[in-house]
Design a protein around this ligand. Sequence first.
Ligand code: FES
Length: 122
Amino acid sequence: MSEAYNETVLDHYRNPRNVGVLKNAHAVGKAENSACGDVLHLYLAIDQDRVVDSRFQTFGCAAAIAAGSRLTEMVTGATLDEVRAIRRRDVVEALGGLPPMKVHCSVLAEDALRAALEAYEH
Ligand code: FES
């Protein structure tokens, strides 16, 4: 049923991973969805060329929470090159898909990641 959240999404929504603020983060990114006003903050701890820890906070819908949660799992332990290559469709795929009406919510995760990387690299 394409309008419903799948079990993976529901699991990340009900038990979001890596929620909170990362003290001493090396990179912080914030994204806002102009359509709905929802916001996502992403915190990355980086050691040499690798993300060693991450946290997120969002004032967002279930899909935004699930995307943020899954994103932190994807970036933690990944190299910066791998992290740079992550796009929202990768997050959506890693969640096993989102209902069509909610795919745009994954933009928050990608935008926050871009913002964090930009802040780190500049
Ligand atoms: Fe705003 Fe989903 S409705 S991010």
